[in-house]
Design a protein around this ligand. Structure first.
Ligand code: ADP
Ligand code: ZN
Ligand code: ZN
Length: 745
């Protein structure tokens, strides 16, 4: 008996091993095994296929051991891996590496799993309550903390409280707590706690839907009668989430699981609260800030007799072992962050989720206020159903959008700050009224660029061909491509001038400016730099929700589906940078971002305002934005895409070649392009230099394939794979790395 297994290696798809006699009745497809590979190395592998015939031409090694009594990967998962590998041109080993939590891939599972304990504080049961006051004596701070702890325990009918909770109390300091422990008034105890949230009780039923929502819900159910996938095109704040909850109810009543996908971790925070209120511990949360042990526990729970009924997560949650998947919700389906960029497999989580649903015979609901052109196109050609929802919940008006011409204002010397006078004026009124403000700036850091006033020198990353960004708080120059950091130069290294000036404005500079303009209000900032810690998102969102922050500044991560109820105005600072990016999707992205950002305003009680600051307000996209004209925007973009042959009118595959020597990658990419032209002729573009063509000491070239949709995926794959093999057998090009990005965004 032999087993073909998937190894976590990027070279080939399958490797064959012989199965020892004692394993034969236990091993099956999906089993996890440990196998020797190369000299003295062992890997955890997944069995792909069991067969009777010995491979010819080489001697096989034997499987070392079988890790579990049952397979840990099911049939649908393996099918999905296979599809991803096939469609996205990536080795199965890469898919396997992405799919499994690391601790399930290591050889020694047992030692990786440590039971988790937490320190709790309790009142010493050996002390008589009446005596305690005496023991504490005149230590006022200790008494204050003690009383707080006692109140919480009585109120919650609990024996102990976690040390973490104590540390958040007003009267807490380490020495005060230690004082009480030393006097033996309080005691610490270690309690074993699972990593997973259990015992969270639902606190309410789903909200009843209003008439518009009910109608949309009924239409979706009807649509599912004869279609697998349906797009819910509903304006921001129309209650799409409430409709999803009712769809989850349907799935639950049929005993089916739901996967609720969001594009970004920031979104899981608010949704977790909303969904836990209705579903308690039925819901599991899965994303990259969940630690690896916890992910392994979630995986195991999904395999158990009591799997989560709902999973809320980012794209990696596609890979969990669902047993009875019935519904997939893809929230904010237009978000381009659904596409994995690095490493391989470069899969699109939306499209992959639709395949996943297909393997389980489940239904998929795509939701957005600004659908991707691809999805909307798919409703036009009948592939997906469509349901529209145009009323905001409680008939709140859509915010009024005004475009401010900063070019004119600058010319007339009216721009004394990064903010236009009108925006400052409105912010004042709104803040005085007790409402809140959101400001977007699509770039983090203090200034995008440092430039010498004398000779125009600006600092670049030594490993990438990219100008560095200045981060003021860290006082460092950072490369946003490889994260390398450099000291800020005092003088220009090229001409020794001391006049280094900053150009362009990042979120950090905006924050400083707003703090100067509005000294009486609390300003918060949300971008990659302020959200590194595990709970960082939660804290900022929570502070804003509970009005501890009045003005929130952020990058696009703030625009995505967050629901705040007290935002009077949204300002979008230098919106043109969103549109001027040299990419055929830049207008689509800019439109979506600005519409979504606008949607954060005026959610309850009154109409909100949006001010977009543009130096080039005549671009047609602003016309569609200020009129909320999605259809008009869609039609104009489709005309362009058709004319220039871009998706959804062709399939786009980007091929990137990488090497440390520039001549080599030039020669190689010419050769590969020529090979591809033999079959694809005019559909091959390039090679060309990508916008950033030198990254981490590698030179990059790109070949772009714009393929006819009628060309089968099978045929496409064969041609590309055979060109790749021929390329790598040429000894000149053997060491040039190639990677594929299918449906590049
Ligand atoms: P969307 O997802 O379309 O942006 P949400 O589902 O977040 O909209 O709804 C916006 C706000 O209105 C939320 O605070 C939500 O709780 C509230 N809401 C929407 N529909 C209902 C309903 N049927 N009953 C109670 N509250 C609702
Ligand atoms: Zn760099
Ligand atoms: Zn200089």
């Amino acid at each position: 008996m032999y087993a073909d297994v998937i190894l976590p290696l990027p070279f080939s798809d399958l490797y064959t091993y012989s199965v020892p006699v004692e394993m034969r009745d236990k091993i099956t497809r999906g089993s996890r095994v440990i196998v020797p590979f190369g000299n003295r190395k062992y890997y955890t592998a997944i069995v792909y296929k069991i067969q009777e015939t010995a491979p010819k031409g080489f001697k096989v090694k034997e499987i070392h051991s079988l890790s579990d009594s049952e397979p840990i990967v099911n049939e649908q998962q393996l099918k999905l891996w296979e599809w991803i590998s096939y469609y996205y041109l990536s080795p199965l080993g890469d898919v396997y590496k992405t799919a499994l939590p690391s601790s399930l891939k290591s050889e020694d599972l047992k030692s990786k799993f440590k039971p988790k304990t937490e320190t709790f504080i309790r009142i010493n049961p050996g002390k008589d309550a009446a005596n305690i006051t005496g023991i504490i004596g005149r230590a006022v701070k200790q008494k204050f903390l003690y009383n707080q702890i006692q109140d919480i325990l009585t109120d919650n009918k609990k024996e102990h409280i976690s040390r973490k909770e104590v540390s958040e109390l007003a009267g807490y300091s380490v020495s005060v707590l230690n004082g009480l422990i030393k006097k033996e008034v309080l005691q610490t105890i270690e309690v074993e706690t699972g990593r997973l949230n259990t015992g969270i009780k639902p606190i309410r039923k789903p909200h009843p839907l209003n008439d518009f929502q009910q109608k949309a819900f009924n239409e979706i159910i009807d649509c599912f009668e004869n279609r697998q996938t349906c797009l819910l095109h509903g304006v921001t704040s129309s209650g799409k989430t409430e409709i999803y909850i009712h769809l989850i109810e349907e799935a639950l009543s049929l005993g089916k699981q739901t996967l609720y996908l969001v594009p970004e971790i920031a979104l899981t925070t608010q949704l977790t609260q909303r969904l836990q209120a209705v579903y308690g511990s039925k819901i599991g949360i899965y994303h990259s800030k969940i630690n690896d042990n916890e992910r392994a526990e979630i995986w195991n729970k999904m395999l158990s007799d009591e799997p989560y009924e709902i999973i809320l997560g980012v794209r990696s949650s596609l890979f969990l072992p669902y047993q009875q998947l019935g519904l997939v919700i893809i929230d904010e389906e237009h978000e381009m962050s659904y596409k994995q960029q690095e490493p391989s497999p470069r899969y699109h989580a939306r499209d992959t989720a639709i395949m996943l649903a297909h393997f389980y015979n489940a239904k998929t609901i795509l939701g957005s206020a600004t659908p991707s052109l691809e999805s909307y196109f798919n409703t036009r050609n009948g592939k997906y159903g469509i349901v529209t929802l145009q009323e905001r919940y409680r008939n709140i008006l859509m915010p009024e959008i005004k475009i401010e011409n900063t070019f004119e204002l600058r010319k007339r010397k009216k721009m004394k700050s990064l903010l236009t006078p009108a925006l400052i004026e409105q912010m004042k009124l709104i803040l005085e009224n007790g409402e809140q403000v959101i400001l977007f700036r699509n770039r983090r850091g203090f200034a995008s660029l440092i430039e010498c006033e004398q000779c125009a020198w600006s600092p670049k990353c030594k490993r990438c061909d990219v100008t560095l960004t200045y981060h003021k708080k860290r006082n460092r120059l950072i490369c946003h491509y490889c994260n390398a950091s450099y000291p800020m130069p005092v003088i220009c290294p090229s001409c020794n001038s001391e006049n280094l000036k900053t150009l362009g404005q990042g979120t950090e500079q905006l924050e400083e400016e707003v703090e100067r303009l509005f000294p009486d209000y609390i300003v918060g900032r949300m971008d990659l730099d302020t959200t590194r810690g595990k709970d960082a998102y939660e804290k900022i969102i929570d502070d804003f929700q509970s009005k501890r922050i009045h003005i929130l500044i952020g990058t696009q991560m703030l625009s995505k589906g967050l629901d705040f109820e007290n935002v009077g105005i949204v300002g979008i600072i230098s919106s043109d940078s969103l549109l001027n990016y040299p990419d055929f999707r830049s207008h689509e992205r800019g439109f979506q971002l600005m519409m979504q950002a606008a949607g954060r305003a005026g959610r309850k009680n009154r109409q909100g305002k949006v001010i977009i600051q543009s130096a080039d307000p005549d671009q047609p996209v602003y016309g569609y934005i200020s009129k909320y004209d999605y259809e008009g925007f869609f039609n104009s973009q489709m005309a362009e895409r058709r004319m220039f042959n871009y998706p959804p009118f062709c399939r786009l595959i980007s091929i990137i070649l990488k090497h440390k020597t520039e001549q080599k990658v030039d020669a190689g990419s010419d050769y590969l392009a020529a090979l591809l032209r033999q079959s694809f002729s005019d559909s091959v573009q390039g090679p060309s230099k990508p916008i950033v063509s030198f990254i981490q000491r590698y030179h990059l070239r790109e070949i772009l394939l714009k393929l006819d949709y009628n060309l089968s995926i099978k045929k496409t794959r064969e041609i590309i794979k055979s060109a790749e093999t021929r390329f790598h057998t040429n000894k000149d090009f053997k060491y040039i790395m190639i990677h594929f990005d299918v449906d590049k965004v």
